[in-house]
Design a protein around this ligand. Structure first.
Ligand code: HAM
Length: 431
């Protein structure tokens, strides 16, 4: 027997009919971004390894443990992108978008790669929809970014999620807070490894999941109580805008994000129906990132929403997004002349925007009707060579079994009219 293959560990396949839900989530989230004026950006799947090391941060798990890094045939170290923000910044700087009108508002969708331990909702190839708004440090823009994500989730019918938000401060208050937190942590009886972590990135220790560490750090100082006046004013304005936009939120001063570039406003969308992998999206400001990557000193804010996890969250709520059927119409030809005629009708209907499939393989009436039922179509077009010779096609409503004869030259208009009335055309359901 020849060797068979399976997908790499921790990488999901999306197959019909379930893939329709995946596409609906991705397109729905992107649609929300485009409605707010974000323009599509398509970026390489792999970049110079140093871009992520510098952009995302050497000490993060993402960079130190999870990257797919390899040397290409020219001996350059390249990495499959673990996230989108660094690549967007690279492209903005490289192509001088930051020298044009600001803010630069960009959106993207696609796969990202992290060598994590696979489990439900945690994949090694994950899919995100993201936005980045670069070059204007305005709390109203922070609120817009957050509201776009909120609207995107809601447009899909998702309800059981919450938005957690905090501020990670700015250059003028962070160093002082860091010192304060380190002083607190170094006074605790921490193990060697945790101590080392407190040295490099003390915030990470607040994210430690071990109960004994949680208990010890329960009273640790939080950034939110030590914001500079400017960072405080910014954060208060973001919250006021969210109130005005009627976007509900909960302040979580202990939020820790897995990427190092965040400053000021930082947020996460959390869904309780997903078990441990509850984050369906997250983002925040990254005001030092562009300078860090060799560009001007411009601010930025954005989000990444997990398409895979949003789909799981919807299913946990009993919502199956996307069109319920693959086609509107299924053609059942019974004879060679009928086959030709129905192929033409199918092509004309598709040109009119109706989704059509046909029975292939000359299986006979029974098998073809079973295929019609399975397709989810509302209408079957049934004809033998005799009906075609007489200039007719049978139009059968699959839900009721009701059937009428329609003249061949009127069938395209008649079917298109019925499909439009039902509102099941591809354009309407697929987005
Ligand atoms: P992130 O929080 O690392 O942020 O990822 C965003 C979202 O991607 C997560 O909330 C989660 O839904 C999804 N995600 C992450 N890892 C996995 C995984 N292994 N399996 C399934 N889903 C996953 C970022 O990536 C930032 N670039 C977001 C951003 C844009 N911040 C500012 N601009």
């Amino acid at each position: 027997m020849s060797q068979t293959f399976s997908a790499p560990k921790g990488v999901p396949d999306y197959l019909p009919p379930d893939s329709a839900g995946f596409v609906a989530v991705r397109d729905g989230l992107l649609t929300a971004a485009r409605r707010a004026g974000y323009g599509d950006i398509e970026l390489p799947i792999f970049e110079d390894t140093a871009l992520f090391a510098r952009g995302v941060g050497e000490s993060t798990d993402v960079v130190s443990k999870e990257m797919y890094t390899f040397s290409d045939r020219g001996d350059r170290s390249v990495t499959l992108r673990p996230e989108g923000t660094a690549g967007v910044m690279r492209a903005v700087i490289e192509h001088g978008l930051d020298r044009g009108a600001l803010p630069v508002k960009l959106c993207y969708a696609g796969p990202f790669f992290r060598y994590e331990r696979p489990q439900a909702g945690r994949y090694r190839q994950l899919q995100q929809v993201g936005v980045e708004a670069i070059g204007v440090d305005d709390p109203a823009l922070d609120a817009e970014v957050i509201a776009v994500a909120d609207a995107g989730f809601r447009s899909l019918g998702l309800t059981g999620f919450r938005l957690e938000i905090t501020s990670l401060g700015d250059d003028s208050c962070r160093p002082e807070y860091r010192k304060l937190l380190q002083d607190f942590l170094f006074a605790l009886p921490l193990d060697e490894a945790t101590r080392a972590r407190a040295e490099i990135n003390p915030l990470r220790v607040l994210d430690d999941k071990r109960p004994e560490v949680r208990e010890m750090t329960a009273d640790a100082p939080v950034m939110l109580d030590h914001l500079s006046a400017a960072a405080r004013t910014h954060f208060d304005a973001v919250l006021a805008h969210l109130d005005a936009l009627r976007v509900p939120y909960a302040i979580n001063p202990r939020m820790v994000r897995g990427l190092d570039y965040y400053t000021k406003t930082t947020f996460e969308f959390v869904h309780d129906g997903l078990g441990a992998q509850s984050g369906i999206g997250g983002g925040g400001r990254y005001d030092g990132l562009m300078r860090q990557l060799g560009g001007q000193d411009l601010s930025g804010i954005g989000f990444g929403l997990g398409v895979d996890r949003t789909l799981l969250a919807l299913r946990a709520e009993g919502v199956e997004p996307g069109p319920r059927s693959r086609v509107d119409v299924f053609g059942v030809p019974l004879g060679p002349d009928a086959k030709l005629a129905l192929a033409r009708v199918a092509a004309d209907l598709r040109a009119a925007g109706v989704r059509v499939d046909l029975a292939y393989g000359d299986r006979g009436m029974k098998g073809a009707m079973r295929a019609a039922d399975r397709s989810g179509a509302a209408i079957a077009l049934v004809a033998g060579d005799r009906e075609i010779a007489e200039g007719n096609i049978g139009l059968k409503l699959l839900a009721t079994g009701e059937q009428v004869d329609v003249p061949l030259d009127a069938v395209v208009d008649e079917v298109a009219r019925r499909v439009e009335r039902r509102g099941t055309s591809c354009e309407e359901l697929g987005g």
